[in-house]
Design a protein around this ligand. Sequence first.
Ligand SMILES: [Zn+2]
Length: 538
Amino acid sequence: MLLIVVDQFRYDYLERFGDLFVANGFRRLLRDGASWTQSNYDHMPTYTAPGHGTMMTGAYPAETGIIGNEWLDRASGKRVTSVSDETVKTLGGGPNEMASSPSRLMTSTVGDELRLATNDRAKVIGISVKDRSAILPAGRHANAAYWFSTTSGNMVSSTYYFNQLPAWVTTFNATRSADKYFGAKWERLIAEDEYVKRAGPDSPSWEVVSGSGDTNAFPHTITGGATSVGQAFYWGLDYSPFTNEMLVSFAQQAIVNERLGQDDDTDVLTVSFSANDYVGHRYGPYSQEVMDVTLRVDRQIATLLDFVDTRVGLSNTVVAFTADHGVSPIPEHAATLGLGGARLKTADLFAAVSKALSAKYNPQGKSPDPSADYLLKYSEGTWMREYFINGNLYFNYDALRRDGVNVEEVSQVVVAAALTVPGVARCFSRTQLLRGATSITDPIERRALHGFSPSRSGDVVVVPEPYKYLGDTITATHGSPYSYDTHVPTIIMGTGIKPGQYLEAATPADIAPTLSALLRITKPSNATGRVLIEALRR
Ligand SMILES: [Zn+2]
């Protein structure tokens, strides 16, 4: 079983660039597999960790607990990542490199269930450049997950899985496969005309790359602004198509050395290509760079599929392909097109909320204002900032208790105030979401509910209007409940699957239950997606 993920791959890339793909990459998946053309994530925020947490669990972030790439852990008062784990150590990383594990994932994956069903004879391995994208699809009972360390330039893992890297991984790292890209030139793969026709000119004003050590025009020379290999270069390398090449080599080594697919028990390999996400963040979905990294990942996937075919046989393999989220056009680009692109400032949001809190809870204008600490703050250097993560505001429960303030009432005050900020489309409170006082026929309310975990989410969820970013300074990003972020490919190819295009509504949450049906195993613990029966042979 092979899961292929391309990070930040919108469904429409299959259509916009489809005629330029090679025969054995995406075209093979579309020809020999079942493809759902109306496949959308049904949660928000649409970020990397929630998406990767959903595809092999069949569960929404509300169930997996993976509500963002990072969130506030109320118990410790710290910001944590979806996979950060202070109880384990990185293997192969730099000194004091933060370690990662699947400990925060609350539900089982297809791989976990397969291991249970085979008395652990099945092997389950996850691979990516990003830790979260390697770890979450593989699951808590996986044999291993490997990701790229920008500290050491190695493929690394953690003591969650074993106490020492397998010998083949150490051998791979000894080849310094990342270092050979230092100073590499990233050029266009095909004639420039094709890029101009589909993506426009190379260097529009909204492609802002300042401080990156790179330019916004081809050819890109990959150094990260550094004069030799090291962390700055490895960061720069992330923003090139070359890490995807490295990942294919590493996946091939994993298949050979772990003998994946060589016996009667089904194994699981998940490979998530991260370069497309980094490039998309820097240049936006309508750039020549994104077009190029898309054409390249098609060829890289062709290489991987050809390798699996030679080594294992694609007739013995089920392949699933999806993405963790899409991406929005760059706001400045969307603005020039009249689509309402804009960047909303969190300071404006907090000003409106603070003013409303003062008016309600400090009508006499006493000083100090008791409502000044009703929103939870964290320290950043010498000053305090209000928490705003994943579109979530957090209340300071101690302060509310101190003043006897009712949580339901303060929620209504904050929601009403947030909705007065120009560019804010919707706003939901914890109390409203917990009560189920939302309409499941309203896709935005439903997606907010599916992305809300009572133990981890904040107290008020704010949703900006389409094409607007709230508090994001990165050139292009994702996270919204809108189609450009939710519409991604879902393709399954292999024995038991009827090839074709399917128009039924689907979601990547349907992949895990469908794979479980094909494998005849128990579905992951909280799989709520549907089995895509229209493509199953009886
Ligand atoms: Zn992502």
